[in-house]
Design a protein around this ligand. Sequence first.
Ligand code: C2E
Ligand code: CA
Ligand code: CA
Length: 552
Amino acid sequence: MKRNSNGQSDLKDADTVERTGKDVLVLGIAMATIIMFVGTGGTAMAQVVRWLQGIGLPPDRLLTNALLLNIALIIFGWRRYRDLADEVQTRSRAEAHARELAETDPLTGCLNRRSIGPASNRLLAESLNRGEHVALVMIDIDNFKRLNDCNGHAAGDAVLRETARRVNAILPPRALLARLGGDEFACTIPFESVRPETIDRIAGELIEAICQPVLADGLLIEGATVSLGLARAELAPGKMASAQQLLHMADIAMYHSKKAGKNRYYWFEDQMENELRFRSELEAGIRAGIALGEFVPFYEPQVDLKTGNISGFEMLARWQSPTHGLVGPDVFIPIAEEIGVIGELSESVIRQALEDARIWNPSLTLSVNISPLQLRDPWFSQKLLKLLVTANFPPSRLEIEITESCLHENLGLVRSLITSLKNQGIRISLDDFGTGYSSLSQLRTLPFDRIKIDRSFIATLSENKDSLTIVQAITSLGNGLGLPITAEGVESAQVMEELRRLGEFKAQGYFYGKPASGAEIMERLEGLGLLLDDMRSPRPKPKAVVQQSDAA
Ligand code: C2E
Ligand code: CA
Ligand code: CA
């Protein structure tokens, strides 16, 4: 027997050959029996019947035995035939069941990732013959992971089943629907070549339908949104597309919808592919850059408004990329979060910042920004403490800035983390306050040390009445809760004066200095006499007043 990597099907072939041999034998015996029956039955049967009626001689013994054997063989043959027919039926049922299992997704009953390609290719060929075009729609539920984490997997499964049901109800009769895995679905839809708007209409209906609440286990699950990517094959003789190509294009378009803010659809366009290539170059660059030490801390001064003294610095990460130049955090932080390297990146810049800050005057604080994803890391506070201990940096000089948006996810975890950091002596600021709609009760129950008013309100303070009202409100809120306030984004003397009138603040912004490298900051601090004594040339320690000439 031939055995190769496909040994199983060889075995099956051998089995089939053996069975076919037996069946031929049975068929041969049956044929012979019938011929014998016709040959002997005609004479012997008549003799037996006559003898039984008492009108003839006893039948020839040999013939009678042959006849009995014949009848036995016919019964045996019939039985064997029936068994065979049963076996064939059972087998083909089992095969159909196995095929179905291999081709469908057990949760939703849709096709699966393996079968959508071949099935779509068949549909493409069929549509070409009918003179139709085909669209591929990629569907991805935007916030499925959160939905699953918050409501449990049973609820997540219910959402997936209901999504499949709703999509199926919208799709035209010959369309195909597959679940590719997780929360990703793909539909292949044939459409009349003169009516491409059909697919736009279907896409709109899909978004609308999937967003409706789902009732799972008595739980009403709301707030799901969905991003779609569409690609079309305009079929013509000699111009055929493959399902694989279409899936790839629709996937890129879907990714584009996500980037553009989710809960929408986009048709694939060629330039999207270039964007995606650029994006994966960035991803690779970020991964490599962390290991190569290309991420460095920059620092923005924070000033006490009352005295005008520098009280510390906010560390803002920069990427010194050999290909892209100096890149800001708004570009690389979201990517680093998405590809799961934010913790590593953050640790690397904090480590350098602690090293830089060690030679600053001990009265100066260091603030670092922490991503919401890092707050979910159960080892976060241990990691931070290890960095502090290694750098021999007192926790009391470190301030952690977390944004308001962190508070919406897993408040309990954030609370215990904040408490544990505070127990070590680290202080916590609530960053970008005013943009994230945190409730006042949350503010009261979380032990923050400071509020930072978002720069969007500060920058427009002197010209926009609404901004003034908001800043006033936040100020009295801070005073009421006993929380000191930092105003970010002070760009002019006018805004600084306005803030002075409103109350006591710390301030930061381009007016006091743009973010600068560790070396530049060291130089500046040296000029102000704010480096540790043994780090600077001996001269009398001047008062650390920030003058206009210091401002950027
Ligand atoms: P942020 O914490 O709100 O930081 C202040 C941002 O405003 C900085 O932008 C700063 O350069 C800019 N800025 C400061 N003063 C002014 C001003 O007067 N006018 C204007 N127009 N802008 C001003 P940057 O450095 O691009 O940082 C952007 C954001 O990136 C930061 O916002 C922070 O949330 C995040 N980020 C920076 N470094 C890190 C980091 O190491 N880890 C994490 N997770 N996030 C970081
Ligand atoms: Ca900040
Ligand atoms: Ca901020």
